[in-house]
Design a protein around this ligand. Structure first.
Ligand SMILES: [Mg+2]
Length: 172
């Protein structure tokens, strides 16, 4: 049961995820969360660093799609300038948006990673849909309303996993 919440990898930020590293894993596509993964949940636009990250992926022929549970306005305003495909109101952790996106990318699940800052949506959803999952540390410690409840549950799951010795990364 707890295994479903366990990411394959845990990194500090998306900038630790490079095309070179992904290619070693045989990865050609990235599905990434938006809020608190790419920028803080209350920041509207991509930073220069995020823009460069997207460009770097593109230069190495790695497709990147943004999948968010947030609404159309938030996700489209952010993704537009990046020229990145996006899915809003994705209803993570349900599998549908993940699976549809891999299909859109024309890639098998094995060639796609799911990146996000939340166990209950990104990691659980990515795992259940059969993808390799990478958890990042949330950019800021605050969250939007719904996420705050998820975080409370997340803390309990993290504590269980810690007690069982399932966590090999540093504490947040
Ligand atoms: Mg998030």
């Amino acid at each position: 049961m707890l295994k479903r919440f366990l990411p394959n990898e845990h990194v500090k930020s998306i900038f630790d995820i490079t095309p070179e590293r992904l290619k070693k894993l045989g990865i050609e596509g990235v599905i990434t969360d938006l809020d608190n993964t790419l920028v803080a949940w209350d920041v509207k636009d991509a930073t220069d660093e995020v823009k460069q990250w997207f460009q770097h992926m593109k230069d190495h022929d790695i497709q990147v799609t943004i999948i968010s549970n947030n609404d159309e306005e938030r996700v489209s305003v952010f993704s537009g300038p990046l020229e990145a495909p996006f899915v809003y109101s994705a209803r993570k952790p349900f599998s549908r948006a993940f699976k549809n996106t891999a299909k859109q990318m024309n890639l098998s699940k094995k060639k796609v990673v799911v990146i996000g800052d939340q166990l209950l949506t990104d990691v659980l959803g990515g795992n259940m849909a059969g993808f390799y999952t990478i958890l990042v540390v949330p950019i800021v410690e605050t969250d939007g309303k719904i996420t705050r409840i998820n975080r409370m549950i997340e803390r309990r799951i993290l504590n269980w996993m810690r007690k069982k010795g399932m966590i090999t990364w540093e504490e947040r």
